[in-house]
Design a protein around this ligand. Structure first.
Ligand code: HEC
Length: 400
């Protein structure tokens, strides 16, 4: 017996009888997938054409391997056998949209580090699982990717070792380090080098100390090791300013000691720049506006958002960031329908968004008693055209 979930557009999603009960519970999710599936007909008989060694291994490489590799935070899904053995769980995680753990809903700002499966990718994996998980020809397997060479940092700051107890679910550590810089420097990127990838879920770097450090300047996520503003923008780091590093851990089977480091890469013109009083200097300094739930922030100058770093307490179920322009139009920049405090993100926009002075930013958390914050990182200068970008300082393009 075959059952169908009929979507509003009449697309039918074919389901195996064993999956019907599950599908009923999540038919809304399936319909959303079907609606946005574009040219993909979910009921096409693809079981003969989708193979592990063809499309499947490539989707898993793009969307899963950064966490489900051989020495990463979750169980490996790097061989046909491993994937096949996890087949049933993979189906459930995808249908329930728990994996990959990306939480920003589509249809608002687009992010260059987006991790969610496209509707096409989800349909392809589900059809393959339902079609008996055929392996295909090993000759089609992609060549192993060469790890990119790591450029030496201008300043490396070792962090104190962190003990991560076995099987801990989610631990957050905040560590403050001093840079010992004697002058203000312009930081093109702040990059976290994890010690143990088996325990680190996410890490964030902030300029400043205390409970609420002044500015977010960098992040590491398993699938996005660098988050830096488009060149020639850079962060000003004042002499003597401390850095706060927020580390999110998940315990391994055994207790582990993690010794991460932070690498700072200065902008090429870091030394040549005059003092901050010179307008040419501040024109390139990345600024930040922090919006808290329950209070709106009005932009007093035009601003271009290149990244959004949301955070909320564990009671938050959803958060939404909206911009109301002076002409009265309202834009939803970010909607996180199911907030997951154990998977924090730093969201870098695909295309930075410019807002005029007088724009009001509002953050809404549900339930209203939850407290949430979104740090909006604002660039000043337009991104440099490729030709004039520094050869050595341009970060590798993000994996898509
Ligand atoms: C950012 C890291 C990350 C990415 C990317 C990711 N996973 Fe996971 N996954 C995890 C972690 C960590 C767990 C362990 C459970 C937990 O802590 O949520 C997990 C658990 C799972 C499980 C086991 C659930 C169970 O029944 O115990 C499956 C299946 C799974 N992931 C599939 C996938 C697939 C398929 C993809 C890609 C489409 C993917 N994951 C991408 C981190 C990730």
């Amino acid at each position: 017996m075959t059952s169908y979930v009929v979507s509003a557009f009449g697309l039918r999603v074919k389901l195996r009888p064993t999956a019907v009960a599950l599908a009923k519970a999540v038919s809304r999710t399936v319909i959303v997938l079907a609606l946005s599936a574009g040219g993909v007909r979910a009921d096409d008989p693809v079981s003969s054409s989708v193979h592990y060694t063809g499309e499947i291994v490539r989707i898993l490489d793009r969307r899963c391997a950064s966490c489900h590799g051989d020495d990463t935070i979750a169980m490996p899904l790097s061989t046909y056998r491993q994937v096949r053995d996890w087949g049933r769980a993979i189906r459930e995680e995808i249908v329930e949209q728990r994996m990959p753990p990306w939480s920003a809903a589509r249809g608002h700002a687009r992010f260059r580090n987006e991790l969610a499966l496209t509707a096409r990718e989800a349909t392809t994996i589900l059809s393959w699982l339902d079609g008996g998980m055929p392996r295909g020809d090993d000759g089609n397997l992609p060549a192993a990717a060469k790890p990119a060479a790591e450029e030496p940092a201008d300043l490396r700051l070792a962090l104190p070792p962190q003990r991560v107890p076995a099987l801990a679910d989610h631990i957050v550590r905040r560590v403050t380090v001093t840079t010992n810089l004697t002058t203000t420097r312009r930081v093109a990127r702040a990059v976290i080098r994890p010690g143990h990838r088996r325990v680190l879920r996410a890490a964030f770097v902030f300029a400043g100390g205390g409970d609420r450090p002044a500015q977010w300047i960098g992040a590491w996520l398993p699938w996005q090791p660098v988050a830096s503003p488009p060149a020639p923008n850079a962060f000003d780091l004042a002499a003597g300013a401390p850095l706060t590093i927020e580390l999110h851990y998940r315990g391994d089977d055994r207790e582990v000691e993690d010794s991460p480091a932070v690498d700072l890469y200065f902008a090429d013109d870091s030394r040549l720049m005059p003092g901050p009083q010179d307008p040419a200097y501040s024109r390139r300094a990345v600024r930040e506006v922090a919006v808290s739930s329950g209070s709106a922030e009005r932009l007093t100058t035009p601003a271009t958002v290149w990244a959004i770093v949301p955070s909320a307490d564990a009671t938050a179920e959803s958060i939404e960031l909206t911009a109301r322009l002076p002409d009265g139009s309202v834009h939803v920049l970010l909607w996180i329908p199911r907030y997951r405090p154990d998977w924090p993100h730093a969201l870098a926009l695909q295309d930075p968004m410019a807002f005029p002075a007088g724009t009001t930013m509002t953050l809404t958390a549900e339930p209203r008693t939850a407290s949430a914050t979104a740090r909006l990182s604002l660039q000043r200068a337009a991104a440099a055209p490729n030709a004039t970008r520094s050869r050595t300082r341009t970060p590798a393009p993000p994996r898509r």
